[in-house]
Design a protein around this ligand. Structure first.
Ligand code: 26Q
Length: 818
C-alpha cells in the first residue's frame, strides 16, 4: 500500500516553484531560460499531477480495503475540456501555483489557455458524463468512467463565406500529460466469425463457443479525476484499439510493405474518430464496432478486477453497478451474458439475474430518428453470439409478458427487442431497458414522456423500473472556475460555505434587494461581458458594447432547438428598428454558437443564415448599434466557460417535449442570466425553483404541441395573420441576406408555410412578446439584477452533486461521503 506520509508532495509555494523547474529540467530537458510556453504548461501539469497521484493511490488503497461497491459509468463520450484549471482549483492550489510561476515571470492564466480541449463528445450527453465524473469524485462515489480514447475528438468548426467547414481536431498532437498508458490492462476484442455448440456434461445444455474471425487489442489509458478539495480521485479509463499483430510478417517479408499494415490500420480505425452526429443514427458498421469494442473491454476489465478480490462472479452485482449512458453501450447487456455464461460457465438464469441487477440505463432522447436500431444482418455478421443471446432474452421477455400481463399482438411488437417493420432491426433501447433494474430519464417532464411514448408498453410490463434523475452541472467548473469574479463576490458576501455545500448559495437571496450588492453583482457581470466582447473582437473583428443586453443561444444546431426562431426574431427586430427609428429600442447583442452534424443539411443552412443575417445587420448604419448579431465559430467547453458568465438572457427555446433536459440552461442561470424558455426539459423544474416571476416562459406546452401535430398544424395560416413574421420570412426568402444566392433559404422558409413541424410559426408571437417584456425589464436595472441574483441564489439544486447523490441512493446503492 501507498505510504502517504512518506511521499506526499508539498503544497507550499517554494516547493512548487522548485518542482516546476525540476520537471522542466529532468522531464522535459529544458532550462528555465530556454523553456517555451508549452514547456511551462507541461511542467506545471506534471507538478500538479503528482499531487493528484498522492490522493489517487490513497483512494485505490481505501477502496480495495473497504471492498465496497463501485460504479462503472459507461459512456461513448466524455466532453471534459481542459483539465489543468479544474485540477488546480479542486486541490485549492490556485494562488500557490500562480505565485510559483510568477517567480519565473510566467502567467498561469496564459499557460492554462495553451492546453487543448479534450473534446471526446458531441454535446450535452458527453458534457454530463464529464460533470458526473467530477461530482462522483467530489461527493465520494468510488467509480470508473469507461469510454473511448478517440485520436480525433469533435471536429473543429470554421466559418467560410458564412458556411460551416469541418476540420480535423488533433488534441493529442503535443502528447497528453494527464494520461497513463496501462499496457497490462489490455483485452482481446473479437468480431465476426462463427458460433459452435460444444456438447457439455451430461444433463447440461451444450456450451456455445464464439470463434471470432478478427481480433483487436483494447489498451487502457487512465486519467485521474480529482474531486473538490482533493477528497477523492476517480479514474477515467479510455480504450485505444491496437492490432494484435501490428505487422503481418509474411506479407512484409514477401515485399508487400503496405499490405503488411492493413490489419493494424483496420484495427486502429475503431478508435480513430468520434462520430459527430447526435441526432441521427446512421447505422454504419464502424459505429457498431466502436460500441462493442469499448463495451467488451470495459466488461472484461470489470470482471478481471472483480475476480482479483472475489472468488466468483455470483456477487458481481453487490460490488459493481454499471450505468449505461444512453444506448450506445447497450450491447453490454448481451456481452455480459456471454462472458458470464459462455466464458465463466454460469447458468443462464443466474447470469440474467446478475446482469439485470448490475446494469441501469439512462435515456437522453425521445426523437425517433435518434433511437439506435441495428439491421439484423449487420449485427449477426459482426456479433453472431451476441445476436443469439438477444434472441434468447427476447423470447424470455415476450413469454413473461404473455403469461403475466396477457400481452398480445401490438403490445408484444412494442416491447420486442426486434423491430419487424423496418427490415428487421435490433432495438437497443428495448435491450437496455430489459437488461437493467433501473431506467431513468434526465428531467421530470422527459421521464413522464418516456412512460407515455417510447417505453409505454415496457413501462406497463415493468411499472417500477422507470425513475427520474434530473441532470445537474458541476459548480466547480461552471461557477468557481468560469466565474471567479462572482465567486469572490459571493465569498465576501455569504462566506465560503457554499464552496463545500452549494445549497448555501441561497444565503445570497437576502442581498437581492441590497442596492450596494446589486451594483457589485452587475459590475461582475459587466466585466464578464467585456471579456466576451474581447473574444468577439479578436476572433471576428466585430465590436460589441458590453452595456448592451447580451442575448445568447449556444448549443448544438438542431431544428428542434429552434435557432431559426431566434434568427427570425432578430430579422423582425431589425425590420422594426429600421421602420421605427424613433422608438426607444433596447440595445441588444444576439450571440450564437454551436456545431451542426456534417450530414445535417438543414442545420447547416441555419448556421449559414445566422452568419448571413449577422453580416447584413452588423454593416447597416441604420441600426446604429441597437442590434448586433454574432456567430462565434467552434463552440467548445472552453468557449462555454467564457460565454456562460457573460449572458443577460439565456435562450432555451426548444419545441416543448423535445429537449430531454438541457444543461446549458443550468449553467447560464447559475451565473445570473435570465432564461427565455419553453416549458421543456429541465426548464420546467428551473421555473419551480427560481420562481415563475424570475424566468420568461413562453410558447406551447408539450401536450399542446402533440395536440397541434395530431390536428395537422401547418404554419401558413399563422404566418398570413402575423405581418411581422410574414415580412421577416419574406426578407429571408427573397434574398435580403443572401443577395449572391437569393433562393438560398427558400427551403427553410417553405417548411414553415407547408408544415411547421417544430412549431416555429406557432410560437413566434408569444416569443416576440416575451422578448419585448425582457426589453421592458432591462429598462429597470435594479429589478433586472434582483431577478438575476435570485437565479444564482436558487439554482443549487441543479448541481451534479445532487444528481449523483440521487443516483447513488436510488440506483447504484453505493455510499457517499456526504
Ligand atoms: C447515436 C447513434 C449513432 C451515432 C451517434 C449517436 C448519438 C450520439 C450522441 C446520439 C445522441 C448523442 C447525444 C445526445 C445528447 O447529447 N443528448 C442530450 O443529453 C443531455 C444530457 O442528458 C440533455 O440535457 C439534452 O437535452 C439532450 O439533447
Amino acid at each position: 500500500p501507498h505510504d502517504a506520509s512518506a511521499s506526499r508532495r508539498s503544497y507550499d509555494v517554494d516547493a512548487l516553484a522548485e518542482e516546476i523547474v525540476e520537471k522542466l529540467t529532468y522531464s522535459i530537458g529544458k532550462s528555465p531560460a530556454r523553456a517555451r510556453k508549452y514547456d511551462w504548461l507541461r511542467a506545471v501539469t506534471l507538478t500538479v499531477r503528482d499531487r493528484i497521484i498522492d490522493h489517487w493511490l490513497e483512494a485505490e488503497d481505501a477502496r480495495a480495503a473497504s471492498g465496497g461497491k463501485q460504479v462503472a459509468y459507461l459512456s461513448m463520450e466524455f466532453l471534459i475540456g481542459r483539465l489543468l484549471r479544474d485540477a488546480i482549483n479542486n486541490l485549492n492550489l490556485t494562488t500557490q501555483v500562480a505565485e510559483a510561476l510568477k517567480r519565473y515571470n510566467v502567467d498561469l492564466d496564459m499557460i492554462e489557455l495553451l492546453e487543448p480541449d479534450a473534446a471526446l463528445g458531441n454535446g450535452g450527453l458527453g458534457r454530463l458524463a464529464a460533470c458526473f465524473m467530477e461530482s462522483m469524485a467530489s461527493v465520494g462515489v468510488p467509480g470508473f468512467g469507461y469510454g473511448i480514447r478517440y485520436v480525433h475528438g469533435f471536429f473543429r468548426q470554421e466559418i467560410a463565406d458564412g458556411a460551416q467547414v469541418e476540420l480535423p481536431e488533433n488534441w493529442l498532437l503535443h502528447g497528453n500529460p494527464w494520461e497513463f498508458e496501462r499496457r497490462e490492462r489490455s483485452y482481446e476484442i473479437g468480431f465476426g466469425g462463427k458460433v459452435t455448440s460444444v456438447v457439455g456434461e451430461p444433463g447440461k445444455p451444450p456450451r456455445q463457443l464464439w470463434r471470432p474471425a478478427e481480433r483487436v487489442l483494447a489498451v487502457a489509458y487512465d486519467t485521474p479525476i480529482v474531486g473538490w478539495r482533493g477528497a477523492h480521485v476517480n479514474t477515467l479509463r479510455l480504450w485505444s484499439a491496437q492490432a494484435l499483430d501490428p505487422i503481418l510478417l509474411d506479407a512484409f517479408n514477401s515485399g508487400d510493405h503496405i499490405g503488411a499494415l492493413v490489419e493494424s490500420n483496420k484495427a486502429e480505425a475503431i478508435t480513430r474518430v468520434l462520430y459527430p452526429a447526435d441526432s441521427h443514427q446512421a447505422g454504419q458498421e464502424l459505429r457498431l464496432r466502436q460500441e462493442f469494442f469499448f463495451s467488451s473491454a470495459s466488461l472484461q476489465d470489470i470482471i478481471r478486477r472483480h475476480l482479483e478480490t472475489n472468488e466468483s462472479l455470483s456477487n458481481l452485482h453487490d460490488k459493481v453497478s454499471i450505468q449505461l449512458n444512453d444506448t450506445h453501450p447497450a450491447v453490454s447487456v448481451a456481452e455480459l451474458m456471454r462472458l458470464l455464461v459462455d466464458v465463466h460457465g454460469m447458468e443462464w438464469d443466474e447470469a440474467w439475474e446478475i446482469t439485470r441487477q448490475t446494469f441501469s440505463y439512462t435515456n437522453h432522447t425521445l426523437l425517433p430518428e435518434a433511437l439506435e436500431h441495428w439491421p439484423i444482418h449487420l449485427f449477426e455478421r459482426l456479433l453472431p453470439r451476441q445476436m443469439q443471446i438477444i434472441y434468447a432474452i427476447n423470447a424470455a421477455v415476450i413469454r413473461q409478458a404473455m403469461e403475466s400481463k396477457g400481452f398480445d399482438g401490438g403490445r408484444i411488437a412494442a416491447i420486442s427487442l426486434i423491430d419487424e417493420n423496418n427490415g428487421r432491426r435490433v432495438r437497443m433501447g428495448q435491450l437496455a431497458f430489459v437488461g437493467s433494474h433501473a431506467v431513468n430519464g434526465v428531467s421530470a417532464l422527459h421521464t413522464d414522456l418516456m412512460k407515455e411514448t417510447v417505453f409505454h408498453a415496457l413501462h406497463e410490463l415493468y411499472p417500477d423500473r422507470i425513475q427520474n434523475k434530473t441532470n445537474g452541472v458541476t459548480p466547480r467548473r461552471w461557477l468557481m472556475e468560469a466565474n471567479p469574479g462572482l465567486t469572490s463576490l459571493l465569498k465576501e458576501t455569504i462566506g465560503e460555505g457554499f464552496l463545500d455545500d452549494i445549497s448555501k448559495i441561497r444565503d445570497v437571496e437576502r442581498f437581492a434587494t441590497d442596492a450596494g450588492f446589486r451594483d457589485r453583482f452587475a459590475a461582475v457581470k459587466r466585466e464578464n461581458k467585456a471579456r466576451l466582447a474581447d473574444v468577439i473582437s479578436e476572433r471576428l473583428a466585430i465590436s460589441v458594447d458590453p452595456d448592451a443586453l447580451f442575448d445568447i443561444q449556444v448549443k448544438r444546431i438542431h431544428e428542434y432547438k429552434r435557432q431559426f426562431l431566434n434568427i427570425i426574431e432578430a430579422v423582425a427586430l431589425y425590420d422594426q428598428i429600421r421602420s421605427q427609428p424613433a422608438t426607444n429600442w433596447t440595445p441588444r447583442v444576439k450571440v450564437f454558437a454551436g456545431k451542426a452534424a456534417p450530414s445535417y443539411l438543414q442545420a447547416k443552412e441555419i448556421i449559414h443564415l445566422a452568419n448571413d443575417v449577422a453580416r447584413v445587420i452588423n454593416s447597416d448604419p441604420a441600426v446604429r448599434d441597437l442590434l448586433k448579431v454574432v456567430f462565434i465559430p467552434n463552440y467548445n467547453v472552453s468557449l462555454a466557460e467564457i460565454i456562460m458568465p457573460a449572458a443577460d438572457i439565456s435562450e432555451q427555446i426548444s419545441t416543448a417535449g423535445l429537449e430531454a433536459s438541457g444543461t446549458g440552461n443550468m449553467k447560464f442561470a447559475l451565473n445570473g442570466a435570465l432564461t427565455i424558455g419553453t416549458l421543456d426539459g429541465a426548464n420546467v423544474e428551473m421555473r419551480d425553483h427560481i420562481g415563475e416571476e424570475n424566468i420568461f416562459i413562453f410558447g406551447l406546452t408539450a401536450s399542446e404541441v402533440a395536440q397541434r401535430r395530431r390536428e395537422g398544424h401547418s404554419g401558413r395560416s399563422v404566418i398570413e395573420g402575423l405581418p411581422l413574421l410574414r415580412d421577416a420570412l419574406h426578407a429571408i426568402s427573397s434574398g435580403v441576406f443572401s443577395p449572391d444566392e437569393p433562393n438560398r433559404y427558400n427551403g427553410l422558409v417553405g417548411n414553415l408555410y407547408n408544415n411547421d413541424w417544430w412549431m416555429i410559426a406557432a410560437d413566434f408571437q408569444s416569443y416576440w412578446d416575451t422578448q419585448r417584456r425582457a426589453d421592458a425589464l432591462w429598462a429597470d436595472p435594479a429589478e433586472w439584477n434582483r431577478k438575476a441574483i435570485l437565479n444564482t441564489a436558487r439554482m443549487s439544486w441543479f448541481s451534479s452533486d445532487r444528481s449523483i447523490r440521487e443516483y447513488a441512493a436510488d440506483i447504484w446503492r453505493t455510499g457517499t461521503d456526504a
